[in-house]
Design a protein around this ligand. Structure first.
Ligand SMILES: [Zn+2]
Length: 409
């Protein structure tokens, strides 16, 4: 199978046309984590002003995902709601403006999408307003500001992603649906359900009833855990006799030890997660299992780099009939290693070798699993009330004390 180039002159098929026809749609990977490591995003606010400050960095990452096989380029608008851009001392709302960040994100994604067979999805995510107890009308107003930009820039469809509470996710879907464009909705939940204890099956049902055509999970958990959650969502939809396309975009980090809150609860989050990164061969397994479960929108979230997306495209190449451009530089299951000078490395040029390898971490004094923080705070807790001013020294001191107390228990 030879890789195919991207430029398709014919009009692109929409997201629902593709999924309704049974096609596999490959999503993209994680922007905030990748661009943080490259020096363009600050961990903490995780906001996407790089679209204005460093458009070339955002453009390049989109281009790499496209070459790797992504059929959807999500606008880099994660946490780009106005309330997040002015939260806890963030300067972006005042100095740049949410509108400019969102407009630039659309322009960049659209420019790169034209280089191949990719659609552009405008994305919204959970808001500080919801966590602070604002009501439905107030939270929907926040989503509509981003939606106005997506409509003006005429993106292909919309994604409400990274929601811990199904109530807020449903409000997002309802607001996005006002545009008439197809809406996908993914929650960052595991098998235990949302932060208020709503089961994955019930979450899926509520999202479809709110108007989502595609539902699933993203972020917070590893591929295995996400697929367990997806199975519960699928069963919930079947029991309610509802139809929707399924979508999964997990982390590229192994998280078997996570609690309900996902990887942000792990002590390694976010600056020491490297030992947990999944290999491209783990992604082959994930892509196959997702496909077998009936998921047809398969992508990744934090930690997913272009080579992980290429692994999805390579695993599912027999079903799709083509390889992505980036496979020109990658032999199937490592077979390009047959060109290596060293004989023992040439001996690794086969599927059985990589499929059965148990990679070592090289860290003899490290545990293989950690204990999640498990502070157990959800919407309604006083510590989740957000504020415009920067977190004060006193506020930090109280948290440091609480952390010491918790870890000594
Ligand atoms: Zn993520």
């Amino acid at each position: 199978m030879t890789p195919v180039g991207g430029t398709s002159q014919s009009a692109k098929k929409g997201i629902l046309e593709r999924l309704d026809a049974g096609e596999i749609v490959i999503g993209d990977g994680g922007f905030v984590i990748a661009l943080e490591k490259r020096g363009y995003v600050k961990a903490g606010p995780w906001t996407p002003e790089a679209t204005v400050e460093h458009p070339e960095a955002v453009r390049q990452l989109h281009r790499e995902f496209l070459r790797a096989g992504s059929n959807v380029l999500q606008t880099f608008t994660f946490y780009a709601s106005d309330d997040k851009l002015e939260n806890r001392g963030n300067y972006v709302a005042e100095k740049i403006s949410g509108q400019r960040v969102n407009e630039a994100a659309c322009d960049i994604a659209k420019e790169v999408a034209q280089e191949g067979d990719a659609l552009v999805a405008g994305g919204v995510s959970q808001t500080p307003s919801y966590l602070s107890g604002k009501n439905e009308a107030e939270v929907k107003t926040i989503f509509r500001k981003q939606l106005d930009v997506f409509v003006k820039k005429n993106v292909d469809f919309l994604i409400a992603e990274y929601f811990e509470h199904v109530e807020e996710a449903s409000w997002a879907v309802e607001a996005l649906k006002e545009s008439g464009k197809p809406v996908a909705a993914t929650m960052c939940i595991g098998p235990e359900g949302d932060m208020h204890g709503v089961s994955p099956g019930e979450c899926a049902v509520r999202l479809v009833k709110a108007g989502a055509s595609i539902v699933g999970v993203n972020c917070h958990f590893d591929p295995n855990t996400c697929l367990r959650t997806m199975k519960l969502m699928k069963e919930g939809l079947e029991a309610a006799k509802l139809k929707a396309h399924l979508m999964s975009q997990p982390l590229a980090f192994h998280t078997p030890d996570c609690g309900k809150q996902g990887f942000i609860d792990l002590p390694e989050f976010p600056f020491a997660l490297e030992p947990r990164i999944v290999s491209r061969w783990d992604v082959h397994k994930y892509a196959r299992e997702a496909y077998n479960l009936g998921i047809r929108y398969i992508g990744g979230c934090c930690g997913f780099e272009p080579y992980h997306i290429r692994a999805i495209a390579e695993e599912l190449a027999p079903e799709r009939g083509f390889l992505p451009q980036a496979s020109e530089k990658h032999g199937n299951w490592g077979n390009a290693l047959s060109m290596h000078t060293k004989p023992w490395v040439r001996a690794r040029a086969r599927k059985e070798y990589w499929e059965n390898l148990l990679p070592a971490s090289g860290r003899p004094y490290c545990p293989s699993l950690s204990k999640p923080d498990d502070w157990g705070v959800a919407k309604g807790a006083a510590e989740l009330i957000q504020q415009k001013e920067a977190t004060s020294e006193q506020q930090l001191k109280e948290l440091f004390e609480k952390q010491k107390f918790k870890s000594n228990k």
